[in-house]
Design a binder for this molecule. Structure first.
Ligand code: TTP
Ligand code: CA
Ligand code: CA
Length: 708
């Protein structure tokens, strides 16, 4: 590694020969730079990634000295470790207890959580003990992320000279091409003129400069065929300007928010990202075009975006290596054993070629709130409580997106439910003609859950996630705009006095998982990213979205690479994260391993050992109970599930009826958790009338969980 700038090779370098007077780049290349052409050889992309991001957020929030070791804890595991703590050997794969042993002075800060029944997330002292009743909130980090993103944008000129892509909660790509083009013309007037003979294929004059000052940058050593004695060409100068811009943005983030970050500057996204991770913390690495092969030669290809996961594994096993150097020996035809497109993509990638665009879209496409359950959730009531939290979480993020002002509004709501190896997804449209309220979302969510329960085998549930998607700009797309606006305002008034007024959430860019995979720019690798499309009502056995998220966390987030999938995971919250952590050895955990779901046994009768349980189970299953609603005898062990089934059926009908009659009127306020019409109803209603709710004993009891 050299930190040496170009050295002045000769006092009169530009007069010694004609080759010296001409650049290897043409006027056309220069002009391509101003258009963000992805094939422009002068292109400059930057990647900025915050150092130990969540840990820094906590350090700044708590006012902790910079040399104090600190790690961020989620349940029993660590998800972010600051650099002072890394010196003690701490990493993401150890538990908090192990961490304390390695570094006794460590500050462990648990992430903020939503506590069941609370109106807002908070930092709870003993959160780690409450995995069963709390849900992680990443809001504090989203907020900081948003501030950082704003500073970066502020440091850059206005569009069209600005093109920034938020790639995850703590990183951005910047296409600096157009900005650099304008700086080049400014600083080097010789580039301004029209090309000789008006021929854009004419070569540019050679830069008059012979030495570049790379300041504090880490410069990657040149390829073997290159020497620092060669005078810089325009691509080197473009990189230098890019590096200056990144340095000033990083300084501004540091100055205004106290955060350090690392930067990478190179000719494309892939290299820029590898660059920012090359030297951490608080440094930036420039990979000049003349240094690309040298830089890549030493790397493992599994560090490259999209090669951290399954595709990477497949390549490793097919070619028996994980180094770029060895893979470079494989001819294209060999790589095409992975598929034509994938092979070609890989061939280019390991040669440092990546023509993907910096995608400035920062609009949120979807929001997801999820939880993995340890112990599992076993009743409708419990699940609905989680839905309440998910809805509060999503709704507050929607408010931040401007749903109440009708700026943007999601069109669909999805529920994913996992039981054993089976995942089910239910989706419904979000009615566009009426006010967007938390209660409306909650009702829709419950309805979806009810549909899952109706299908049967809903419990024990290992994972639930709720998402809203299909965000659209309200004004452009909403035809009933007039009426809606009034209601939107009403809803806002209703809410400003309530829970969400002070609970501003920060934005996370998000795409539907399927969109994410489709977004992978290099056409050929889709088969590794595109999920099998499911119908609206999917029972997915082999394709399991939760499983995928978990894979992702292990293979990609952990390797400091944020593939589009990793971005998903970044806001999938516990859905993915939990499995990264070692499972806590709490008593509840034994339930996870038990092959008999706990809800088969009444809590008071829960025996201790597995054999006792089995005995108990066998004994119980001999008993039956009589369901008065369908006049059937059923095994006692199925009672809970069966009653849930009735309850869910009722709820479904009830909500449908409500939907039909209320479609044009704003949703009235009613007790959360209970469909409005059913609140006044008593027991023992006759069976069979479609829009009424009958035999609600269990349901009423289940849903009477007070303040949500
Ligand atoms: P990263 O950028 O991967 O890591 P980092 O910022 O903690 O450290 P580095 O200096 O190496 O960049 O992830 C950003 C944040 O995302 C991280 O602070 C915490 C969160 N995260 C998880 O919650 N789980 C994970 O497995 C990973 C990789 C990150
Ligand atoms: Ca980071
Ligand atoms: Ca990152």
């Amino acid at each position: 590694m050299s930190s040496q700038p170009f050295v002045q090779s000769s006092p009169f370098p530009t007069t010694s020969g004609s080759y010296r007077r001409k650049s290897k780049f043409t006027f056309k290349h220069l002009s391509q730079l101003s258009h963000y052409s992805t094939t422009c050889p002068l292109r400059v992309i930057a990647h900025i990634d915050l150092d130990a991001f969540y840990a820094q957020c906590e350090m700044v929030r708590l006012g902790v000295p910079e040399d104090q070791p600190l790690a961020v804890q989620q349940w029993q595991g660590l998800i972010a470790i600051n650099y002072p703590a890394r010196k003690f050997g701490l990493n993401r794969h150890i538990t908090n207890t192990e961490a304390h042993k390695l570094c006794p002075e460590l500050i462990l800060q648990h992430v903020a959580t939503w506590k069941e029944g609370d109106e807002k997330w908070a930092y709870h002292e003993d959160a780690a003990k409450h995995i069963a009743t709390h849900k992680v909130s990443l809001d504090p980090y989203r907020r900081e992320s948003k501030k950082i993103f704003a500073i970066i944008k502020d440091c850059l000129p206005a569009a069209p000279l600005q093109r920034v892509e938020k790639a995850s909660i703590d990183e951005v790509f910047i296409d600096l091409s157009a900005q650099i083009h304008s700086v080049l013309l400014d600083r080097y007037p010789e580039l301004q003129g029209p090309p000789p003979y008006d021929d854009p294929t004419e070569y540019l004059p050679r830069p008059s400069i012979t030495a570049l000052n790379w300041d504090t940058d880490a410069l990657v050593d040149l390829d073997a065929s290159e020497t620092e004695d060669d005078d810089p060409d325009w691509d080197d100068i473009a990189m230098l300007i890019g590096s200056e811009i990144v340095r000033s943005a990083r300084a501004k983030i540091r100055e205004e928010l106290k955060y350090t970050c690392s930067g990478g500057v190179a000719r494309n996204k892939m290299l820029a990202k590898l660059g920012s991770g090359h030297k951490k913390p608080n440094q930036q690495t420039v990979i000049r075009n003349r240094a690309v092969q040298h830089f890549l030669g030493d790397l493992k290809f599994t560090k490259i975006r999209n090669l951290g996961g399954k595709l990477g594994d497949e390549v490793v096993s097919m070619f028996n290596t994980d180094t770029i150097k060895e893979l470079l020996e494989q001819p294209l035809e060999q790589l095409k054993r992975l598929g034509d497109d994938t092979g070609s993509w890989l061939y280019e990638t390991i040669r440092g070629e990546d023509h993907s665009e910096v995608n400035p879209r920062t609009q949120i496409k979807s929001m997801l709130s999820a939880k993995s359950f340890r112990p599992f959730v076993n009743t409708f009531e419990q699940a609905v409580r989680w839905l309440r939290i998910f809805v509060a979480d999503i709704f507050s993020r929607c408010v931040e997106e401007g749903v109440l002002e009708n700026k943007r509004r999601p069109k669909t709501i999805n529920l994913h439910h996992r039981q054993g190896s089976q995942t089910r997804s239910k989706q419904s449209p979000i009615p566009q003609g009426k006010a967007f309220t938390e209660e409306m979302l909650f009702d829709l969510a419950k309805n979806l859950l009810a549909q899952v329960v109706v299908d049967g085998r809903a419990w024990p549930c290992a994972n639930l996630s709720l998402s809203v998607g299909g965000f659209e700009d309200g004004v452009a797309d909403n035809k009933g705009i007039g009426g809606f606006l009034v209601r939107g305002e009403e809803a806002k008034a209703m809410l400003t006095s309530g829970r969400h007024a002070s609970d501003a959430q920060t934005e996370m860019k998000g795409l539907q998982p399927s969109e994410k995979r489709r977004k992978v720019e290099s056409g050929g690798i889709q088969r590794f990213f595109i999920p099998r499309e499911g119908s609206r009502d999917d029972v997915e056995q082999s394709h399991d979205p939760f499983r995928r998220e978990e894979d992702r966390d292990y293979s990609e987030l952990g390797s400091n690479s944020d593939s589009p999938e990793a971005i998903d995971a970044a806001h999938s919250d516990e859905a993915g994260r939990l499995t990264l952590l070692k499972r806590p050895s709490t008593p509840e955990n034994h339930d996870v391993e038990a092959d008999i779901p706990p809800d088969f046994l009444p809590p008071s009768a829960q025996p201790q050992s597995l054999s006792q349980r089995i005995n108990h189970f066998q004994q119980q299953s001999l008993d039956t109970y009589f369901c008065s609603r369908c006049s059937t005898h059923l095994p006692l062990t199925d009672q809970a599930e069966h009653q849930d089934w009735h309850f869910a059926k009722d709820l479904e009908k009830d909500l449908q009826a409500q939907e039909r009659s209320n479609f044009d009127t704003p949703t009235p306020r009613h007790t959360p958790g209970l469909p409005q019409k059913s609140q006044s109803r008593g027991r023992g209603r006759p069976v069979g009338s479609s829009s009424t709710v009958k035999g609600r004993e269990k349901g009423q009891q289940q849903l009477a969980f007070g303040k949500q």
